[in-house]
Write a protein that binds this ligand. Structure first.
Ligand code: SAM
Length: 224
């Protein structure tokens, strides 16, 4: 029998709890989330399920060099840095120094600090001066949404063929389907642009964030 609307949310939550209970998990991720709360930093991190996806995607494309835009507390960064080989490099951009300080602590706590290069400042400025030393294998965009256009264009220019560009929150908690204001219309236009340009090289992975009761999607594009 199909689930009723009322059963849907508790079912989502129990499935996530089931995964949390049964999938292997490093305590460093709980440390990061706890420290995020203790330091009063917004809990805007991706979900653990998204972290697993990013980690596996990075390994599937044999990523050696990953760019992240929007570090926050380093939660997604640790998931991706863990996928890199010992000489791999995660370049991550964060505008807020308090967030960057926690991220630095998280990278140290996770034992990946030697693979991470963090840049503190507005990401568009950082990117314009970045020395990549070769193409990127993967990019994860998760910062100020109006700049998705610029971040994505940079990623397109600098990601190797067969690499991945991932963009978080493309539905703005579902609001994007109504596109009711300029902010939403702009993100809607961005999504449509990417879908039209990349065809079957683009997909969206849905996710549910129980802390926010937030249903959203993570765009994944394979660079042809
Ligand atoms: C949604 S959070 C990132 C979450 C992180 N990727 C995770 O899942 O753990 C967005 C972050 O982008 C940062 N940010 C916002 N605008 C930015 C900009 N113009 N340049 C760099 N970082 C920015 C915010 O300070 C915030 O820490």
């Amino acid at each position: 029998m199909a689930l009723t609307d009322a059963q849907m949310k508790p079912t989502f939550i129990s499935m996530l709890d089931y995964l949390n209970e049964h999938l292997e998990k490093d305590p460093v991720y709980d440390w990061i989330l706890q420290e995020t709360r203790v330091r009063g930093i917004p809990e805007m991190n991706i979900t653990p399920e998204q972290g697993r996806i990013l980690n596996l995607l990075a390994r599937l494309v044999n990523a050696r060099k990953i760019l992240e835009v929007g570090t926050l507390s380093g939660f997604s960064g640790v998931w991706m840095a863990r996928a890199l080989p010992p000489d791999g490099r995660l370049i991550t951009c964060e505008v807020n120094p308090r967030h960057a300080q926690l991220a630095a602590d998280s990278f140290a706590q996770a034992g990946v600090a030697d693979k991470v290069e963090m840049h503190v400042g507005p990401a568009m400025e950082t990117l314009s001066g970045l020395d990549l030393d070769g193409d990127l294998d993967m990019v994860f965009i998760d910062a100020d949404k109006p700049n998705n256009w610029g971040y994505f264009a940079y990623a397109e220019e600098h990601t190797r063929s067969g690499g991945l560009i991932v963009v978080d929150n493309i539905f703005l908690n579902g609001k994007i389907v109504t596109a009711a204001n300029d902010y939403m219309r702009d993100l809607d236009a961005f999504n449509r642009h990417v879908f039209a340009k990349y065809g079957d090289n683009a997909l969206s992975i849905p996710f549910y964030k129980k802390e926010e009761d937030n249903l959203d999607g993570m765009l994944v594009v394979r660079v042809p």
